[in-house]
Design a protein around this ligand. Structure first.
Ligand code: HEC
Ligand code: HEC
Length: 274
């Protein structure tokens, strides 16, 4: 009887140990899972709150820097142009909020479409790669919003509207090219770009960009235009200017026809029309 009781006690003891063990294990697991979940949540939270930061980190930071000041690990790129000119290419510093390739009047911020276009197509002669097929529409939108966090201008200034562009038929015609040459002379484009359009005008060596770096005027025979090579792209460059580079806007000083004639002459200098 006593022996039997003893055995039973032992069984109960064993079973309760077992139960205690299971309870402990469950507690431990739940604590671990809780922490794990916590870590996962923080991570997921970060990604959800700022997908733009993630894209920027993966795709843009190497050049533009984690602070958006253009001082990434691939900060200065040396480029030897067709024709032999060596250029130092610097990724844009986003902290001043000055942009070159806009569809908005000089002094304005770009519209989202301008930025989207740059992200899609990249910038020729500047080594900025195209991302058209590499990012989803949401990722592109997110990274554009993220760029806007680097400069106060985005919060302080009201947005400008894009200037509409419609190319007239005469662009590229012989008479338009001739008139364009006259405008090129009258507006002294040659002071920077040279008589032959090779970028060696008298002022060429003295031009500095907004960040104090020398910026050589475009050599028309050196290849692709940074903004893009269609007549509309060139027209919008003359209309908006390239803010931060010394290349002015001609929106007020030339009428639309004169600007289109200048496009014709540019295409001629670039060897794109006869
Ligand atoms: C390999 C280097 C490189 C990478 C990568 C790069 N960029 Fe750039 N980016 C440049 C350079 C260089 C410029 C300056 C171009 C110039 O004005 O000649 C520039 C200019 C810009 C500009 C300013 C254009 C203007 O109108 O003034 C924007 C906006 C921009 N980059 C966005 C991005 C975004 C967004 C990414 C990532 C998705 C990115 N860049 C990745 C090199 C790079
Ligand atoms: C004060 C000097 C200066 C004057 C005047 C000037 N430019 Fe420029 N231009 C520049 C600089 C600097 C650049 C290069 C900007 C860059 O590389 O980002 C440039 C770039 C360009 C480009 C190339 C844009 C692109 O997409 O790559 C064209 C085309 C151009 N200029 C045409 C003209 C014409 C035509 C005139 C006269 C109506 C003119 N420029 C007057 C300094 C000047």
């Amino acid at each position: 009887m006593i022996e039997k009781e003893g055995k039973e006690m032992e069984e109960i003891w064993k079973r309760s140990n077992h139960i205690a063990f299971i309870v402990c294990l469950t507690l431990l697991l739940s604590v671990l899972m809780e922490t794990g979940q916590g870590i996962k949540n923080a991570y997921a939270g970060d990604v959800v709150v700022d997908p733009g930061k993630k894209v920027f980190g993966e795709r843009c930071m190497v050049c533009h820097g984690d602070k958006g000041n253009g001082k990434g690990p691939a900060g200065i790129i040396r480029n030897s142009e067709k024709g032999g000119r060596i250029l130092l290419v610097r990724p844009r510093d986003f902290t001043t909020g000055v942009f070159r390739f806009r569809s908005t009047p000089t002094g304005c911020m770009p519209v989202d479409n301008d930025l989207l276009r740059l992200v899609d197509l990249g910038i020729p002669r500047s080594f900025m790669p195209p991302h058209k097929d590499k990012l989803s529409p949401e990722e592109k939108k997110a990274v554009i919003e993220y760029i806007k966090t680097f400069a106060k201008r985005w919060k302080e200034e009201s947005p400008c509207e894009a200037i509409p562009v419609k190319q007239p038929k005469y662009v590229g015609s012989r008479s338009s090219i001739e008139k364009g040459l006259t405008v090129y002379k009258k507006m002294k484009c040659w002071e920077c770009h040279g008589d032959d359009g090779r970028g060696g005008g008298g002022k060429a060596d003295k031009i500095k960009d907004d960040w104090g770096n020398p910026i050589p005027p475009f050599n028309f025979t050196s290849g692709a235009l940074k903004r893009g090579g269609t007549p509309e792209d060139v027209y919008i460059t003359f209309t908006t200017g390239l803010d931060g580079t010394g290349m002015p806007s001609y929106e007020d000083s030339l009428n639309e026809e004169e600007r289109w004639d200048l496009v014709s002459y540019t295409l001629k200098l670039m060897g794109l029309v006869k």
